[in-house]
Structures are given as C-alpha cells and as structure tokens.
Design a protein. Structure first.
Length: 518
C-alpha cells in the first residue's frame, strides 16, 4: 500500500472502518444479522473486532475519556473531518456523510488468515452494513472515481472491484463490505460466507464467551495455530521451557478486550494456556509493601513453577554450561538442595520506591512455607559469597549485604531471611520494612484502595503510581527529550494502573485498569 493509487482505494474503504472508530454518529446502526467473524476463514489465527459506531454508554464513555485526555469532547466529528480531508486528497469525490454514514453498521473486523513466522498474509477488513444496496453503490462510486484502473469482477454471484497492479479488492458480501489485500483473500471471504467460518469455530466461541460486557474491541489469537504456522521460526527450546512449566500452547487461545469507562481504560485478557491461577490473598501481600512504593506486584505459588523449571533444567541441561542430569547435583555438591528450596517458596512480590536516582530503593520479597529451609538456604549462600571474597561483602543478622557504588549504586544490596520471608533488598531501610511489613503501607493509602475497587472481584496483583514514575523520569532528565515533551500532557492525566489476575474454570484471567484523573 505504498503507491498513491492504492492509497486512494484504501482511503475509501479500509479507512472507513479505521478512521471513524470513535465517530458514534447515532442512529440505528446494526443489521442484527451476523458477526464480522462470519466472513473470517475458520482457520484464521488472528482476528480483531471493534465497534466503529458506538452508541449509548459505550459512546458516552469514549467521549468522556477523549475530553479528559485530549480536551476533545466530540472525537467523532473531528475524525470524520480528517477522513473527508484524506479522501479529498486522494482525488475522489466521496464524503462520509453522503457516501458512508447511510450504510455503516455497528461492528468491523480484521482477519489475518496466514502467518509465516514474520508476516501475516490473507488480510481482510469486514465492515457491517445496515443497507447492503447503499454499500454496493459506494463500491460502484469508488470504481467510477478511482484515479487508477479498476477492474470489475464477479465470483460465485458476488460482484467486486480490484485495484490494478496490487490486487486490493472491495465488494459487498451479504450484509458486509469487505476489503481484502488481494483477490484470493476476497474470494476466500465469499466462500466462507457460504460455509464454515471463524464464528462457527468452537475455540473462538469459547474464547469469546469470556469477553466482558461493554467491550469496545476484542482481539482473538489462536496461539497454537500461530506457532504451527511459524514452523521453524519458533525457538523449540522456548516451547520446551514453557512445556516444563505445564504451559501447553498446542491447543491454546487468548482473548484481549478493551473496555472504556468514563474515567478509566480496562484491558481484560483470558487464555486457556497453562490453566487457571489462584491469586486470592495477593492483594493483602501487595498492600503490605511501603506506602510510597510506586510499583508493587506479586505472583502466587511461585515455588511450584520454580520446581518445574529446575526439573526441566536437570532433565535437559543448559546448552554449553550444564549437561543433562547434572543441574541439581552441581548445587548439591555445594550443600544446596534445590528441590527443598523450591518447595519452601510460596508467593513472591516486588516493590520499588523513590522518585530520584539517589532515593531509589526496593525489594524482592519471597514468602516461604518452610522458614527453616529458607534460613538454611540463605546461610549457605552467605558462606559461598563470603568464600568468594566479593568486594563490599558484609555479614548481617539473617544474611549478608554487598556495597559497591560503581556497580550496584548508592544503596547496599542485602539478602536476608527472617520468619516467613526472604528478602533481596536494595537499601537497608527497604529491606527491613520488607521483612517486617510494618510502618506506613500501601493498603493505608487512598490510591491503593481506589486501585483495589477498580478491579472489582479480581484480586489485585500489581499497582503502579504513574505520576511518581513521571517524577522519577524527569529527575533523570526526561524533560529535555522532545518525544517525552510531546506525550507529557497526555501522561499527566493518568493516575494509576491496577493489575489483577485470577481464574475462571480452565482459563487464566488478567485485568489491567488505567485510571484517568479528572
């Protein structure tokens, strides 16, 4: 799509769906018959569906976000103006109000039929229509006003036009306008309309059933088919590693949904790869971190995953370093029982605080199910580091610290075991607070409370104070960067990001909510 002639056709069709995403021009918009996925080939590994003519609460939320973030209260009108301007520059006598609005439906989708490990091919844009006859008139007008040769074609009773040279094809199939990157892809959409489609696929249906209400866009990925299509482009060792963790991608899918709210943007992700996770209790764990932490997150039952990784390394070895069957024994000779350590690991958390380079501090916090095993492991590690004559080494109660300003920064790195926690801290104060969980903590702040409520029933597993991050970046010179200056007004409107995870049946679910400060 690099030539001017191809651009003229694309502007009159693909841009219709892409550029008026937020138009929300009102009126009855849905034909109520089918879904854009009904024209996507059943084996499409990637499909994106979105509302191009939002109404009701969805429209109100989009407009509210637009006004807060950009100062534009009617993004639809602005985008329509830009669309009309782009079409005019292409030399075609077409406008949104006259030629597009009368037939534009509620939804549009993009299917990607093939993937070779680097690029997608067989790409088709499917736009729902409310009046297929008027949509056909629109296609005819494209052909009549195109600045380059356009051929008229017919396939299985469906008329369509093709851009000479590159093959971009546009036509109306049933209740949909279809733009395809070539004739083969367009005709595949025609065949799909009369046979099995992605909308009929069981995996797609199961994935879509997890989509939240009020979704603006849904992105479906058949992970297994993508991997199979990529073939040799996929690193088999990476797949083996995930298999060792119990993650089977061969029949897995994922769905990501974008849900706009009046003062937040929510992203929901669900996948059947690896099964569900139990994140109950993590909100309290994250909430026990220092109150001025600008990032805090946690992951459940990490020991089980660590055990699988250790077993995988022991079985397969580490190429160039450790032969198969020698990983565990290598550590055992040093008095370190990896299996025992893994079994003692429970939830793991991390926090970072400080808004200047000199005040940065934080800690990795490991909750243990066997405090004695954890204490013994840290003691063994302390002896090993002491014997290595590491610069800046200092033995402290429950572990050791290392200080090396040139390599580690201004704060000491400390590894300490105490009670049911093992802490790898940067800065003594952060280490001690991580060990005790005392002092002012996140769960006593209004921002953390708001983040927890924003996630609803989903347990909070991560928190990010966006404004504190900006302060840190600017203290390190980000303000002098021209690119940063351009996006700073937008970033200044963002309050915090909350991350949650959980499970629903065999699905792992994740939710990210970015709160906008009004």
């Amino acid at each position: 799509m690099t030539t001017r002639t191809r651009a003229s056709l694309v502007l009159s069709s693909a841009a219709v769906a892409a550029a008026i995403t937020f138009a929300g021009c009102g009126g009855s918009s849905s034909s109520g018959s089918e879904d854009p996925a009904s024209l996507a080939p059943a084996d499409s590994p990637l499909f994106v569906e979105a509302s191009v003519r939002p109404e009701g609460e969805l429209k109100a939320n989009i407009e509210s976000l637009s006004k807060t973030l950009t100062g534009i209260s009617d993004p639809g009108s602005l985008l329509v103006e830009q669309l009309d301007s782009s079409i005019a520059q292409s030399g075609q006598n077409i406008s949104y109000e006259t030629d597009i609005q009368p037939w534009l439906g509620e939804k549009a989708g993009i299917f990607f039929e093939r993937y070779d490990g680097q690029n997608f091919s067989g790409v088709g844009f499917v736009v729902e229509t409310t009046n297929s006859s008027e949509a056909s008139d629109f296609v005819d007008k494209i052909a009549q006003t195109s600045s380059s040769p356009v051929t008229q074609n017919s396939y299985n009773g469906v008329d369509y036009i093709t851009q000479s040279g590159d093959g971009t094809s546009v036509g109306v199939v049933g209740d949909f306008l279809v733009l395809a990157e070539d004739q083969k892809t367009f005709e595949a959409a025609v065949d799909t309309s009369e046979g099995d489609s992605l909308a009929d696929d069981g995996k797609y249906k199961d994935a879509l059933s997890a989509a939240p209400a009020g979704s603006f866009a849904d992105i479906y990925v058949n992970i297994g088919d993508l991997i199979n299509s990529a073939g040799a482009q996929v690193d088999q060792q990476v797949l083996d590693f995930y298999n060792s963790l119990g993650v089977d991608f061969s029949n897995s899918t994922a769905l990501a949904s974008i849900v706009p709210g009046s003062d937040q943007i929510e992203i929901d992700v669900s996948t059947n790869a690896g099964g569900g996770v139990d994140s109950a209790g993590l909100t309290d764990f994250v909430g026990s971190f220092p109150a001025d932490s600008w990032v805090a997150l946690a992951s459940p039952d990490v020991g089980e995953q660590v055990k699988k990784v250790i077993d995988g390394f022991d079985e397969n070895g580490i190429p160039g370093s450790v032969p198969p069957g020698k990983f565990k024994s290598t550590f055992s000779k040093q008095g370190i029982d990896l299996d025992k350590i893994a079994e003692s690991i429970g939830d793991i958390g991390l926090f970072v605080e400080g808004t200047t380079k000199s005040s940065l501090a934080g800690a990795l916090v490991i909750q243990t199910t066997d405090s004695q095993a954890a204490s013994e492991a840290v003691s063994k590690l302390t002896d090993l580091v002491k014997q290595s004559s590491t610069a800046g080494f200092k033995q402290i109660p429950g572990g050791f610290s290392m200080s090396n300003p040139q390599q580690l920064g201004s704060q000491p790195v400390e590894i300490v075991a105490k009670g049911d926690r093992v802490v790898v801290g940067y800065g003594d104060a952060a280490t001690q607070q991580a060990l005790s969980g005392s002092g002012a903590t996140l769960d006593g702040t209004s921002a953390f409370d708001a983040a927890t409520k924003a996630l609803g029933d989903t347990p909070l597993t991560g928190f990010l104070d966006i404004q504190s991050v900006l302060k840190l970046l600017e203290s390190m010179g980000a303000s002098s960067d021209s690119n940063y200056q351009q996006i700073r007004p937008f970033l200044g409107k963002l309050d915090f990001a909350a991350v949650g995870s959980g499970s629903s049946g065999d699905l792992s679910t994740s939710k990210i909510v970015v709160k906008v400060a009004k």
